[in-house]
Design a protein around this ligand. Structure first.
Ligand code: 4AD
Ligand code: MG
Length: 431
């Protein structure tokens, strides 16, 4: 008899198999009991009949506690009434590990309670669905870049300098010196692009942002491609192609998870249609001012502004060419203007905000050095980065996609905290 995972049930219809998992829920009447079983791969129903199992085993089954670990032997049957489509008719059951007073019961719990029990909450079906989608997006990312000849390079997490700005750095003591948790892998990705042509990093990044919003984590995961001989225009095309690819991958591989989450596939399909609309920062300001937003040219956008702009488009929208003063030091000046840079933020629809930030990078040694100084940074600290402009500097561009925000958007979830297994927030470091 084969030990199988629930997800593979379709290949074992009418066959006797063994399942190992946990009892997520149960209900029973005098003669029949239904166990909601999960094994990490999926959830399905186990049916136990008193007439078949005998009094003692049936009685034990009706008394199983929630989250008891069990080994089940039975026959897989089609089950037209469930979304999953299969169930197991139990012939034998053995308890592997009891579970007494499992804290998360089928009744509704508050978010703080659930977050305090995040290590257990991950077992529930909605969280399971979100993490499956997250996993598929990570998988599709590696596939997308691998197919296009990119090399995955690993940026360090401990860094000596700020990668983005100096306002939200996590400082750590590094044997008596100051080090910071990386805000971005980008500067190292640029070194990688000069070594391998096309690279991407994927790793955790850190921002000591004191913002308590549904879009911000203090530790989040970012995918940062960096491409040599690539201008801003080419980068925008790659960005939209990548986003459409990820959405299509989720549509193709996450059917069950999308059902659990109730995410509208027609809406997601719209986001696979290219190209995405583009507007300039100047146009965005004009739109906002016409709608009586209190914003002047030069201001950065917050969530209400981004949401308002996004509402005018059916798909994600690029906002291009932001003022130099509100963007990072490494961005290249617009060729025709000295007040804006060659950059874009990709704003997701439905109020999810910025999912990608990207730009063409400054390639000239002297200009870049001056930009570093103008941003109040010490150019000596960036000497290695400036080397990239000393030795064979070429046009290059890149961008960063915030994985957790992207997952929040695709799953149609309200808050970013459910898009990452163990969220780190302003007021949360537990569990
Ligand atoms: O716009 P950001 O700050 O860009 C960079 O870090 C560049 N170095 C990227 C690059 O060009 N290689 O961040 C990129 C994305 C944002 O669009 C957003 O999706 C996400 O990272 N992000 C956050 N996600 C969750 N919590 C936070 N605190 C985030 N800050 C940024
Ligand atoms: Mg940004």
């Amino acid at each position: 008899m084969e030990y199988i995972r629930i997800i593979d049930s379709k290949d074992y219809v009418e066959q006797k198999v063994q399942i190992k998992g946990w009892v997520a829920n149960k209900r029973s009447s005098g003669k029949i009991a239904f166990l909601q079983l999960r094994d990490g791969s999926a959830y399905f129903q186990g049916v136990a009949l008193k007439s078949q199992l005998g009094e003692a085993l049936f009685d034990a089954i009706t008394h199983l506690n929630q989250e008891t670990a069990v080994e089940v032997v039975g026959t897989i049957q089609e089950d037209g009434r469930s979304k999953f489509g299969y169930e197991i008719h139990i012939e034998d059951l053995k308890v592997l590990g009891d579970s007494v007073d499992y804290p998360i019961t089928p009744k509704a719990h508050g978010t703080d309670f659930l977050m305090d029990h995040r290590h257990l909450w991950l077992r529930s079906s909605k969280q399971h669905a979100i993490m499956q989608i997250r996993n598929e997006i990570i998988h599709a990312t590696f596939e997308f870049f691998y197919e296009r000849g990119f090399v995955k390079i690993d940026a360090p997490i401990l860094t000596g300098v700020a990668g983005e700005n100096t306002t939200d750095l996590f400082e750590v003591d590094y044997f008596g010196d100051n080090a910071y948790l990386g805000q971005t892998g980008q500067l190292y990705a640029e070194a990688g692009a000069m070594a391998f042509g096309k690279v991407f990093t994927y790793g955790p990044t850190f921002r000591a942002e004191k913002s308590k919003t549904r879009r911000h984590l203090t530790e989040f995961w970012m995918i940062e491609p960096e491409i040599a001989f690539c201008d801003h225009e080419d980068s925008l095309k790659l960005q939209e192609e990548y986003v459409a690819y990820l959405i299509q991958h989720v549509l193709d591989h996450c059917d069950y998870a999308l059902d659990v989450l109730g995410r509208d596939r027609e809406v997601l399909k719209r986001y696979t249609q290219l190209p995405f609309p583009r507007i300039t920062y100047d146009e965005a300001i004009e739109m906002l001012q016409k709608a009586d937003f209190d914003v002047e040219w030069g201001a950065d956008f917050g969530s209400p502004e981004e949401t308002y702009i996004a509402e005018h488009f059916e798909k994600p929208v690029f906002i291009m060419n932001y003022p130099k003063a509100i963007k990072a030091f490494y961005m290249k000046d617009h060729p025709d203007r000295d007040d804006v840079v060659l950059c874009a933020d990709l704003i997701a629809p439905e109020g999810y905000g910025e999912i990608i930030g990207g730009s063409e990078r400054e390639t000239d040694y002297d200009i870049l050095r001056e930009k570093i100084i103008n941003f109040g940074l010490n150019p000596d600290d960036y000497d290695w980065y400036l080397d990239l402009r000393r030795y064979g500097s070429v046009p290059h561009s890149g961008f960063g996609l915030g994985l957790d925000r992207f997952v929040t958007w695709v799953t149609g979830n309200k808050h970013i905290r459910e898009s990452i297994p163990f969220p780190r927030l302003l007021n949360r470091l537990y569990p």
